[in-house]
Design a protein around this ligand. Structure first.
Ligand code: SAH
Ligand code: SF4
Ligand code: F3S
Length: 460
């Protein structure tokens, strides 16, 4: 039903531009996490079907879409700033359609602010209704009035839409939408809704098709991939999914994110260790090393159980690497709490850290917590972590010198210079006169830097 409807709206938009004898161009800007990137790929697929081509400069666009993130205030400020700059384009070209979607507009206060202070925005649509884009966009074009739909539902998006991604050999595959965890600082459950797992067979057949079409890297996405299937009352479904994907014929690798320390099981770790196509890397955000703070964050694990997971993974996979998100300056974080975070970082030895200063988010529980730490202290704590992390990464990278690694080349850095990542998610640069883009290459690591290592191609 929905598909036929979409088909009709899509056709109407196509017809509208055909009549004008115009090939419209669209500019899509994505903020936030890979979940948002995956949504933008669907959005691009839909607007391509409507007849739009894509442009890299807002000045050339007939349609501008900002797919936004609400996770921190800073992310939202950037969107408001960039949106402000579009006003003069709209004055010059009243036919230009400006759309804002994603997590930020799912907040009623933001939708209101956009409506009142950014009256040149034509379309505001939330995270639950991306499938309705053809209809909403047609309404915006046709009525020339601001169209707003931030309604909620518990559906998962249509699996059968076209997607347009950056690569034709790497794909994001969402396995869950939403999140049930309600960490006290986090806005995601409010803007993305409850956990909804994509049907098992739908995930499997999408991955099979991608592999059949020559895709070499599949990244399974979810706010907590280890919770996959919990809403379907199925246990251990994530491990089973990894096994079944690993059994698909073909030369490809499987990445996944994000792992949640409260739901990642020893069984999951065993599965990951056994499967040759599955990355030996865990993005396992700890947020803080202090049990007191973890409790206040409602993370439902403590530093001891976290380190047990890490040690178990290390014992089964000597080559395993870890990355993490850390929040600095959560309300009430003392110097002692922070020192515990530094200690934990040292004990784990992360290959990569994503560090954020706590940002107060409307509706969340932590927004009511008393926060007495000043910003200067928070900034200096952040800086301390970055310095520590640099030393750790450098050492890890130095340990790789002399080893042989297989990498998938996904970056051309310059004439004869390429880069890619190992199964353990380590960034490697390599020189080659031949075009090796999108190929698996065996390299010997010769040099280590802070954020990457360099290697030489091993001749077969
Ligand atoms: N589902 C993932 C995280 C998604 S949000 C998980 O549970 O690990 C990505 C990261 O943003 C979080 O891990 C956290 O470190 C950070 N983050 C979320 N809310 C934040 C806030 N209010 N202030 C600062 N950082 C925040
Ligand atoms: Fe946010 Fe916590 Fe869910 Fe991650 S697990 S998305 S941090 S509520
Ligand atoms: Fe941001 Fe939404 Fe992702 S808030 S981090 S884009 S789920």
């Amino acid at each position: 039903m929905e598909n036929t409807e979409n088909f009709n709206w899509t056709y109407k938009i196509k017809e509208y531009f055909d009549k004008k004898g115009k090939i419209p161009k669209a500019f899509v800007q994505t903020y936030g996490c890979q979940g948002n990137v995956a949504d933008s790929e669907r959005i691009k697929g839909m607007i391509f079907d409507m007849g739009y081509l894509f442009c890299d400069d807002v000045k050339d666009a007939d349609l501008i879409i900002f797919n936004t993130c609400a996770v921190r205030e800073h992310a939202e400020d950037r969107v408001f700033g960039n949106l402000g700059r579009l006003k003069k384009l709209k004055i010059k070209n009243p036919d230009l359609i400006i759309a804002v979607c994603g997590c930020m507009v799912q907040r009623e206060s933001v939708a209101k602010r956009l409506k009142n202070n950014f009256n040149y925005v034509d379309l505001i649509f939330g995270t639950f209704v991306t499938d309705d884009l053809p209809k909403l966009l047609y309404q915006a074009i046709e009525t020339k009035k601001t169209v707003i739909d931030i309604s909620e539902n518990n559906l998962i998006p249509d699996e059968n839409v076209k997607r347009i991604g950056k690569f034709d050999f790497k794909a994001f595959v969402p396995i869950t939408y939403g999140c049930d965890n309600f960490c006290t600082y986090c806005i995601v459950p409010y803007v993305r809704g409850r956990l909804r797992s994509v049907e098992y067979q739908d995930v499997l057949s999408r991955v099979s098709n991608l592999v059949k079409n020559g895709y070499k890297e599949i990244t399974l996405l979810g706010q907590n991939v280890n919770a996959y299937g919990k809403d379907l009352q199925k246990e251990n479904l994530f491990s089973k999914l990894l096994e079944d994907i690993n059994n698909i014929d073909g030369d490809f690798i499987v990445r996944f994110m994000t792992s949640h320390p409260k739901d990642l099981s020893f069984h999951d770790i065993e599965t990951i260790s056994k499967l040759e196509k599955v990355e030996k890397h865990l993005h396992l955000p700890v947020q803080s090393g202090s049990d007191r703070i973890l409790k206040l964050m409602n993370r439902k694990y403590d530093s001891k159980s976290y380190l047990k997971l890490v040690d178990y993974a290390k014992s089964l996979m000597p080559q395993v690497t870890f990355s993490s998100d850390i929040i600095v300056g959560f309300p009430g974080e003392t110097r002692e709490d922070f020192d515990e975070t530094l200690n934990l970082i040292k004990q784990v030895g992360y290959s990569n850290l994503y560090t954020f200063i706590y940002s107060k988010r409307e509706k969340t529980k932590a927004a009511e917590f008393h926060d007495e730490t000043d910003r200067e202290t928070k900034v200096s704590r952040l800086e301390e972590i970055l310095q520590l992390q640099k030393q750790i990464t450098k050492k890890l990278n130095e340990n790789l010198i002399g080893t042989n690694q297989r990498i998938l080349i996904d970056e051309k850095r310059g004439e004869n210079s390429f880069a890619g990542k190992t199964l353990s998610n380590v960034l490697v640069t390599v020189n080659s006169k031949e075009d090796i883009f999108s190929k698996f290459i065996n390299v010997k690591i010769t040099d280590a830097n802070i954020s990457y290592v360099s290697g030489e191609i091993i001749k077969e």
